[in-house]
Design a protein around this ligand. Structure first.
Ligand SMILES: Cc1ncc(C[n+]2csc(CCOP(=O)(O)OP(=O)(O)O)c2C)c(N)n1
Length: 343
């Protein structure tokens, strides 16, 4: 696929490009803050997206109203681009009373119904079959909407990956699978994960198209996502898009990648940083100035600091929240336990 970037026409006009760049920077800056907060003992856990911002943001640029994002835990940019707020993010991380799930979801398992961002679930791969079910419903109801879903290279070894791709092919549903091939599942390298030449070719066995792209090149991601999403919208079935990238940070704050990632890998991939790539493009093409860049960063930083301040000073969820919003009718045994806690 040849890259076609027509500057001045959406999504390559100034407003659209600044929106994309701001979303990518926001992911990076939320990650820096999240890591810092955990190291300072102010939150319990964080999981960063360092180096994978282009595939996350670029893959949702072509979405339309009513389309549904079924995320994995390492695609924060898909939510941020669509409007997942810093308040929502930090309320979840602090697990406070303002958090949508009142601290019941794991940190980084965000959700926002208003932007069709389905709750992130921690078990690997499960979201893929959910996405196929959702896409089937969209088709059944004769909408023109699509579902996009995500997983890592490790998740391609899961049962759900097979089930999801198999039924997506059989039912020809409007879904696009994006795989963030960051070349490791925690410490397990891709060559220990699969003997397949690429992940993209696996789609062939399920009867649909697989495409492998440079996941750090925002333009390649947008162009491929546009093609695959519009194809799904036209009733022409699913696509598997393998986005080659590299996890530039730890798997999570509970991990120390210095024990298994050679230093040279970081040096090599640092040169391919997706945010640096877009920054250079915007400056070289005179789409933004260095001054504008500083302002964008200062603005994001201010908003993040405000959200952290509010989230940290909010109260813990009330004790009753332990048993609320889980069952339609709270079971008697839980009510009994709640009473014991309250007493
Ligand atoms: C079903 C299941 N098994 C194991 C785990 C533990 N676990 C969490 S993340 C992870 C690695 C996943 O790697 P990958 O799919 O490549 O995604 P990445 O973290 O690289 O984005 C594992 C094994 C889990 N969350 N769920």
């Amino acid at each position: 696929m040849q890259l076609q970037i027509k500057i001045g026409t959406p999504p390559y006009d100034k407003n659209s490009l600044v929106k994309i760049y701001t979303a990518m920077l926001s992911v990076r800056m939320v990650d820096e803050k999240g890591m810092q907060l955990q190291r300072q003992g102010r939150i319990g856990f964080y999981l960063p997206n360092f180096g994978e911002e282009a595939l996350q943001v670029g893959s949702v640029v072509p979405l339309k109203e009513g389309d549904i994002i079924v995320p994995s835990y390492r695609v924060l940019g898909t939510g941020i681009y669509r409007g997942l707020s810093f308040e929502n993010i930090f309320n979840n991380l602090f697990g406070n009373e303002l958090d949508i799930t009142q601290g019941k979801a794991m940190p980084i398992c965000y959700c926002d119904k208003s932007i069709n961002f389905v709750t992130i679930s921690a078990p690997i791969g499960t979201q893929l079959s959910h996405a196929v079910g959702i896409a089937y419903a969209l088709k059944y109801k004769k909408t023109k909407n699509v579902a996009v879903t995500y997983c890592g290279d490790g998740a391609t070894s899961s049962n759900d990956f097979h089930c999801a791709l198999n039924f997506a092919g059989v039912l020809k549903v409007p879904v696009v699978f994006f795989v963030n091939n960051n070349q490791r599942a925690i410490s397990v390298p891709i060559e220990r994960q699969t003997a397949s030449e690429t992940i993209a070719i696996k789609a062939k066995a399920y009867g649909f198209e697989g495409i492998r792209i440079d996941g750090n090149n925002i333009f390649e991601v947008i162009q491929t996502a546009t093609y695959a999403i519009e194809k799904a919208r036209d009733g022409k079935g699913p696509t598997l898009v393998e986005c080659l990238t590299f996890r530039m940070g730890p798997h999570s704050t509970s991990d120390d990648p210095r024990r298994y990632v050679p230093k040279e890998c970081y040096e090599e991939w640092k040169k391919k940083d997706p945010i640096e790539f877009l920054y250079k493009f915007l400056i070289e093409k005179k789409i933004i100035t260095e001054e504008e860049d500083k302002k964008i960063k200062a603005d994001i930083s201010k908003k993040i600091d405000e959200a952290v301040k509010k989230a940290e000073s909010a109260k813990a969820p009330p004790v009753e929240s332990l048993v609320k919003d889980v069952f339609e009718h709270i079971p008697k045994r839980l009510l009994k336990q709640l009473k014991e806690i309250q007493e």
